[in-house]
Design a protein around this ligand. Structure first.
Ligand SMILES: [Zn+2]
Length: 256
């Protein structure tokens, strides 16, 4: 009788233990499930972590709207045959002397630094032309029209109000025995300017083969100051023109 009671007690105890164990595992399994499922993401976590880490260098966020491309005082202003300066007779307020020419202060300092850096490499670069006023462009354009007719004049000289030189951010440079000629592209100076200009904020504005976009044939001597950030971004992305970078319409000629 005692043995039966003992057996019953033992059976009851075993039952309680089993129930405790069987009710135990579910929470444990649940606890294990999140930990194993969190182990899965954490084991694949290096992938998501390394993906954002490698994505930024591949496509860093460059804010293309951080400066105006319409304001004639913006270093990013885009002037072409479809985008005249507004107002047409705009004149920059901060022109300073650079080699007997004039550029806006920031562009002049950058040009000074670029010329000095080139000189340190044994290369002589000079500023042949820089800021041109609206009135100067009016006279130049009239002279060209009188000499060659309007059609040819418009190929050779920008209409007043449509010249990048009027922004005070563009310059024609020379060196290596070639000034404002296509041969500049073949000189050490011309090749250095194309390669290193962006380090100083300058880009070759009218590259080879982009006349259908810029409206100008290849001008290896015509450099445009846009600031180091934009210039190096253009170079890094291999973007030929400001029009393409900013998604602007091609400007092969004057509208109308
Ligand atoms: Zn020029």
């Amino acid at each position: 009788m005692i043995a039966v009671v003992l057996l019953a007690v033992v059976a009851a105890v075993v039952g309680i233990v089993r129930e405790a164990r069987s009710s135990g595992p579910p929470p444990t399994a649940d606890a294990a499930a999140p930990s194993s499922s969190s182990a899965a993401p954490s084991s694949s976590a290096p992938a998501p972590t390394s993906t954002p880490a490698t994505t930024p260098p591949a496509e860093p966020t460059f804010d293309r709207a951080q400066q105006s491309i319409d304001d004639p005082d913006s270093t990013w202003v885009v002037v072409d045959k479809a985008r005249p300066l507004a107002p047409l007779d705009h004149a920059p307020a901060d022109l300073v002397d650079i080699g007997g020419r004039q550029l806006r202060a920031e562009a002049a300092q950058a040009m000074h630094d670029m010329i000095a850096a080139a000189a340190a490499q044994g290369l002589g670069i000079s500023v042949q032309s820089a800021y041109r006023s609206y009135d100067y462009q009016v006279d130049t354009f009239r002279n060209q029209v009188a000499r060659f007719g309007e059609e040819r004049a418009e190929i050779q000289v920008a209409r007043p109000g449509y010249s990048e030189h009027q922004t005070g951010l563009a310059a024609d440079v020379g060196g290596g025995g070639c000034d404002i000629e296509s041969c500049f592209a073949t000189t050490d100076e011309g090749q250095w300017v194309a390669a290193h200009g962006p380090e100083f904020g300058y880009v070759v504005r009218y590259p080879d083969g982009a006349q259908d976009v810029t409206g100008y044939k290849y001008e290896p001597w015509h450099v445009r100051y846009v600031g180091v950030a934009l210039a190096t971004e253009l170079q890094r992305t291999g973007t030929r023109t400001l029009e393409e970078f900013f998604g602007l319409p091609a400007a092969p000629g004057y509208p109308g």
